[in-house]
Design a protein around this ligand. Structure first.
Ligand code: NAD
Length: 300
């Protein structure tokens, strides 16, 4: 059987290195981004076709991968004017690798199924570094077993695929993972701030935590590298996107009737930090917010 022609929409911090992995695996995806410069850059680098709109891309592709900021944008790209639904043929597959809202993903799946198009969710963990070396953790959810089998070899060019269950399960798993990750980062920031105030050397504190039971991904890969060094932006994951993920996990908790205290506190912390630090902040800048920068007051 001939290989499916792949389309890729959303050539940002994650999308660009993911497209490079597809190219290394011998695929030539058609690319599209609302920021045409981002698509042109990778198009020139790898000799890829650029599409003017999602519908134009859809007319050339049977499998379309999305790596977009959030569910609202994913829905517009799929169903809006010049969206994918205008161009895809029945039997096509859309793989949403963005960190989207699991409930909205299920609804979108229903709308696309009415048009004969299968939706799968396949969000990722690992950040820009693992996107670049093709070792992302990919959480694949879906209700169409044939479509899942069809896209798995494509996804394997970007990381290791783990099946999480029905449509939306990948997005739910991803939101909960990022809540745990965000909580670990905030705890590490608090430890550094309190330790420093007591007179501890932060680098020594983190070094000891990393051979002790408190270690986590943030203590190992973020605190020294991006926070203590002051190179926050190099971490490459925006604070508003992390706030979105924590909000999705908290909304899921509300929806299933388990509005637990840690999730509620994390939602408040990350949304306050987003409001204070603005759209360009990196998620590691939560340290600056917790330390006191930009915080209006501590009440409530
Ligand atoms: P990004 O902002 O760097 O990239 C998003 C891209 O989508 C941009 O190039 C933007 O121009 C494009 N875009 C926005 N609206 C569009 C539209 N209507 N049509 C076409 N293109 C459009 O974000 P990112 O860091 O690459 O994250 C993408 C997704 O991956 C998010 O859901 C994020 O939560 C998730 N994620 C990010 C990381 C990370 O470390 N950066 C890790 C795991 C998951």
């Amino acid at each position: 059987m001939a290989e499916d022609r792949i389309g890729f929409i959303g050539i940002g911090a994650m999308g660009a290195p993911m497209v490079r992995r597809l190219v290394r695996a011998g695929r030539k995806p058609v690319v599209q981004d609302v920021n045409r410069g981002a698509a042109e850059l990778i198009g020139a680098e790898a000799g890829l076709e650029i599409a003017e709109s999602p519908s134009a891309l859809a007319r050339r592709c049977a499998v379309v991968i999305l790596m977009l900021p959030d569910s609202g944008i994913v829905e517009r790209v799929c169903l809006g004017e010049k969206g994918l639904a205008e161009g895809l043929s029945p039997g096509a597959v859309i793989v949403d690798m963005s960190s989207s809202d699991p409930v909205r993903t299920r609804d979108l799946g229903g709308a696309l199924a009415d048009r004969g198009v299968a939706l799968l969710d396949a969000p990722v963990s690992g950040g820009v570094r693992k996107a670049a070396d093709g070792s992302l953790a990919i959480m694949l959810g879906g209700d169409d077993a044939a479509a899942m089998a069809r896209v798995t070899p494509v996804l394997e060019a970007m990381g290791r695929v783990r099946r999480t269950g029905s449509l939306g399960s990948g997005h739910a798993t991803k939101a909960l993972n990022n809540y745990v990750s965000a909580a670990g980062l905030a705890a590490a920031c608090e430890a550094v701030i309190v330790g420093r105030a007591f007179g501890l050397d932060p680098a020594t504190l983190i070094e000891v935590i990393n051979v002790s039971t408190g270690r986590n991904n943030s203590t190992e890969n973020k605190v020294v590298q991006f926070i203590l060094s002051g190179e926050y932006k190099r971490a490459g994951f925006s604070l508003p996107l992390m706030a979105k993920d924590v909000g999705l996990a908290a909304a899921l908790a509300d929806r299933v009737g388990r509005p637990l205290p840690g999730l509620r506190a994390a939602r408040r912390l990350w949304s306050d930090a987003r409001d204070a630090l603005g759209p360009e902040a990196d998620h590691t800048e939560i340290f600056r917010f917790i330390e006191g920068d930009g915080r209006a007051d501590d009440a409530g």
